[in-house]
Each structure stands twice: as C-alpha cells, then as structure tokens.
Design a binder for this molecule. Sequence first.
Ligand SMILES: C[S@@+](CC[C@H](N)C(=O)[O-])C[C@H]1O[C@@H](n2cnc3c(N)ncnc32)[C@H](O)[C@@H]1O
Length: 359
Amino acid sequence: MSTAQQLTIPFSMPDIAFPQTRYQGSKLKLSDWIRDAVENLEFDTVLDAFGGSGSVSFLFKKMGKRVTYNDLLTFNYYIGLALIENAHVILTDNDVDFLLEKHAHIAYPSFIQDTFHDTYFTDEENDWLDYVVTNIEQFSDDGEDKYKKAIAFFALFQSAIIKRPFNLFHRKNLYIRTADVERSFGNKTTWEKPFDACFRDFVAEANQSIFCNHRRNSALNQDAFEIVDDYDLVYIDTPYISAKGVGVDYLEFYHFLEGLTDYKNWGGKINYKTKHRKLQHEKSIWANKKLIHNAFDQLFAQFQDSILVVSYRDGGIPTSSEIVALLKKYKGKVDFVNATNYQYVLSNDKTKELLFIAS
Ligand SMILES: C[S@@+](CC[C@H](N)C(=O)[O-])C[C@H]1O[C@@H](n2cnc3c(N)ncnc32)[C@H](O)[C@@H]1O
C-alpha cells in the first residue's frame, strides 16, 4: 500500500491516557502542545529516536501513525515494547499473582540484597526485587510472552522509580527515606507504599493504555546513529546539557533499572569502586558539551530526507540559534513554536520549551 493510500485511512484518536511517569525529561505534559504543532504536517511513518518514557511515541500512535520507538537503554526499550509495539496483550490478574509470589520450584538468587544493601531500598524490598525479577525472567522472549514480560518490567521500573527520593539512582541515599526528620520535600507516603501495591497499580495503568492503531509499530534498542531505515518524520529529543555544561547522563541516573534487565549478568557490569554500584560505562556524547554540536550535526545529516522535529529546552548547549544554523545546513525551512513557562519535575525554574520543525 502506498503512503498516499495509508494517509487516507480514517482513524479517530482514542481517548486513552498514558501512564503517569516521573522520567527525567519526559514530554508527557507537553503532549497536547506537540500534537498541535505537528498535526498539520504530512507524514505517515515516524521515528521517535530518543524515546525515553514513550510519551511522544504514544501520542503518534494515537494519531494513527506507524511509529518506531527507539531508546539506547534497554529498560526503556521494554517500555516501548509494552506500550507502543504491543497492540493487544495485557498482563492478567493470574500473571500478576504468579509474579508476586515465591515458587517452590524456582531457586531465587539474592544478588540485589547482597550488592545493594542499605543503598536504594530496604532489605525486605531488595528481597522483593530479587524474586520478582526472577519471576519476570520466566516469561520467554517470543510471542505473547515477550509483551507480558515487557509490561511486567514496565511496572517494576515505575514502582522502583516512585519509591526513590528524587526518583533517581544517582546516590546511595536510602537514609533520606528512613531518617526520622522533618521533611520539606519528597513524598514519604509514596516511598513507603509497598512494592506489591505499586506494581499492581502500574500493571493496571499499562493494561488500560494498550491499544491497536492498526499499524505495524515497533520498538528498537539502538544508538540513534545506527538506525538505517527511512521515516517521513523523525522526532528528536536528546539528553539536555545546561548552559553551565552539566549534562544529563541517563545511564548514571537509571543504571539500577538497566541492571534489572540483565539480572543474571548484572554483577559483571558493575563498577565496584562506586559506593552506589553503578554500571561501568563510557560518558555519553550527548552529555559532553565539546562534542554535542557535532553530534547534532551528524544526526541531522543522517535524517536529512525526513521532516525533523526537534524538542529543545531553551538556555542549554547548543544555543537555540546554533540548532537552527545546524538544521539550515540540511533543510530549506526551519520553523519554531514555543511553550513558555513549562516547569520540569524537580526544578524550580520555569523554562522555555521549544520545538523546531525543519522541512
Ligand atoms: C530527553 S530523554 C527523551 C524523553 C522522551 N521524549 C519522553 O517523553 O520521555 C532522552 C532519551 O535519550 C536516550 N538516549 C541517550 N543517548 C541515546 C542514543 N545515543 N541513542 C538513542 N537514545 C539515546 C536516553 O536514554 C533518554 O531516554
């Protein structure tokens, strides 16, 4: 079927909500604004090259587009599998009951208890994580199981994130949760909500957000530079570097979730010189203020035949005029729209969020 024919298929946007997320840099709250900015563009296939929480892929899926979600981190890829690629499979109450119990026929390791004692979660919670992740691994990587496993991982990650101070894993700071002090921040009730209850809630949220838009959507787990296919539109939302040169390195923030995706091999990937047992890794090019201009240039060159839609938070590196100059190397027309006074989670500053549209 040609692209022109596909564009004529009537599809009305379903009224389905994306699950709540506390993911750093998520564009969930900006979804309506992004939709307004792109809905008059002519495109059918779309790549969300730095997909993160999947909120923008979800918007495109609701618009009836053929969506390819991508993220370098495997834990995010599972979210893309669960909510974007998956059209029908849900996690049943029986599945959840199986996941939340210890079974006599399974030998449960104590890797998290042994490695992360007093780091992110209590002893009891670490035990819960050890057996639930082992249960999740009982799902295979084929057929319906592939999506059940992805939904279970999704619920596991969201539960782990909401129970963390700052919603991150960047420090050994369990004491912030457990110390008996007056608090002017944080959410003690959420931190102390049992894992079982969080998990069930997130499974329910995921299940209600799974739908079919009658397109073959897919999830990828690649470095954006390695994607070879062509798309009508490429949405680009890279990690952010502040004007002071401080970048967001997602693996630094979420290494614990990435470790959970490869539980059996996790121990061999840890940098044991760090107190908080992060994963060994090279610094990301997207968190390096000296390399980031070249990175954008390379990315725009790679996708120069597509409409480029670039999310940008004002006041960072590169500057907005540098982004425009780089886009103009490859595209004839560069427009921008801005959403003022958008406030990010955990930030007191109101920032200007921009969208560059290059066609
Ligand atoms: C600003 S976040 C994207 C947020 C997303 N739009 C949302 O609504 O949640 C940037 C994402 O880029 C991913 N990332 C970092 N380097 C990458 C690379 N080289 N290729 C693909 N994804 C990458 C990170 O894991 C992170 O999830």
